[in-house]
Design a protein around this ligand. Structure first.
Ligand SMILES: Cc1ncc(COP(=O)(O)O)c(C=O)c1O
Length: 422
């Protein structure tokens, strides 16, 4: 169990008031808040040993290089990678997924090869593969979801064949919350000789991740969704595949030697890190991973289940005023619940919640095809993390009741489209 009151002391932002109310931050699937320890590690780097890495013999550069390299080791430990060399720093999940699509896909896909993605995918996994398919004349196939909100594994088994070269999928969904059967999908991919790519954006921050057990070939995840800073993420990949790949972006640090007519690419992971990396970001992310390891990822997972269980239980009091997207069983979900309120636009509900101090995400959550498949053009999403409490769930549900009681009046309000396309 997490000591949530103690954890909350590490997050000064949670003391903020919004519209006179104590902030209840339920937008963690978009980005989490940052603890003092992470901010302090970044400040310490900038104030004490800021220098570029791998470029100098002076003391500051040596210290910065050491901290930067150690950060790779911490992150390798966090996901039980075989080696720190499998940890490639990228800007975020989207960047990591693009690196695989363009770095591996463009060089390995032939016309009429097939790429399997899912209806459940975030645009960040779906669109890079569609773009690479356009360039290579490969075909994209989609796995549907079941009524329960899980992936349709029967369909997946039916549509894969020796033509399938990639199965890329969300390890956990950012809308229906479903935690997918990662190892089953990895094994299916390997049974037809395809690579298995996991979008770990909503999984790695919430579920204990052991890459050795999951049997995937690649996983991408974002630092900012697991207490780390923005602008940094990780692409983990199987060493033999990474070693077979040419760098996707080239330039400084990707090479061992260059002449006017030859280039020898660097060892892993540097061959994929072009130009000055996000040194402060890696140091901050490693501190975030240490923080989560101290709490224990099993406890982080259990905390999500407790809060989601309470939310789904309390939502029953709202009857058919609320439609929840995704599985009914909290154990099948990560720490989020997306829903719609009958006869109210999702943005109207989001705005009303904000007026009362509660931050949720509203819109298509970068998963438009999934929303359309479910018969909606958006939803409201409450997403939890280690500092959220049962009392916050209680306030959230009571506030929703209030909003529903004011429905007729609120439905007349003009709908504000804050960020179109999201
Ligand atoms: C499932 C999933 N994949 C990918 C992403 C993209 O993450 P980022 O914006 O950090 O690249 C997100 C972000 O919400 C996500 O939820």
């Amino acid at each position: 169990m997490l000591d949530v009151e103690k954890i909350r002391e590490d997050f000064p932002i949670l003391k903020r008031k919004i519209n006179g109310k104590r902030l209840i931050y339920l937008d963690n699937a978009a980005t989490t808040q940052k603890p003092r320890q992470v901010v302090a590690a970044i400040v310490k780097f900038y104030f004490n040993y800021n220098a570029n890495v791998h470029r100098g013999f002076h003391t500051l550069s040596q210290e910065a290089s050491q901290a930067y390299e150690e950060a790779h080791e911490v992150l390798a430990k966090f996901i039980n990678a075989y080696s720190w060399e499998e940890i490639i720093d990228v800007s975020n999940t989207t960047d990591g997924l693009n690196l695989i699509a363009w770095g591996w896909g463009l060089n390995n896909l032939q016309p009429n090869d097939e790429i399997v993605v899912t209806v459940m995918d975030h645009h960040s996994n779906m669109l890079p593969w569609r773009a690479v398919a356009e360039k290579t004349n490969a075909k994209v196939k989609y796995v549907d979801i079941t009524e329960e909100g899980t992936l349709n594994y029967d369909e997946l088994e039916r549509i894969i064949s020796e033509k399938t070269k990639v199965i890329a999928f969300p390890m956990a969904s950012n809308v229906v919350g479903t935690i997918n059967d990662v190892r089953r999908i990895a094994r299916l991919a390997h049974s037809v000789g395809a690579i298995a790519v996991g979008d770990g954006a909503q999984y790695v921050p919430h579920v204990p991740t052991n890459v050795r057990e999951l049997e995937l070939d690649f996983i991408a995840f974002s630092g900012h969704k697991m207490l780390g800073p923005t602008g940094i993420g990780v692409l983990w990949g199987r060493k033999d595949i990474l070693e077979s790949m040419k760098p996707f972006r080239v330039g400084g640090d990707t090479i061992k030697e260059v002449t006017l007519d030859s280039v020898v690419w660097h060892d892993l992971p540097w061959r994929f890190v072009a130009g000055t990396p996000n040194i402060a970001g890696m140091i901050g992310l490693a501190e975030a991973a240490k923080y989560l390891m101290r709490l224990g990822m099993e406890n982080v997972r259990e905390h999500d289940v407790i809060l989601v269980n309470e939310t789904l239980k309390r939502f029953k009091e709202l009857g058919d005023e609320v439609v929840v997207l995704g599985p009914k069983d909290p154990r099948m979900r990560t720490g989020l619940v997306a829903f719609n309120v009958k006869d109210l636009h999702h943005h109207t509900v989001g705005k009303a919640l904000d007026l009362l101090g509660i931050a949720v995400r509203t819109g298509g959550h970068c998963a438009h095809p999934l929303h359309y498949r479910l018969g909606f053009n958006g939803s409201i999403r409450a997403s939890y993390y280690i500092y959220n409490t049962l009392e916050e769930v209680e306030t959230f549900v009571e506030t929703l009741k209030l909003i529903i009681s004011l429905k007729e009046r609120l439905a007349k309000e003009p709908v504000e489209e804050v960020c179109p396309g999201t």
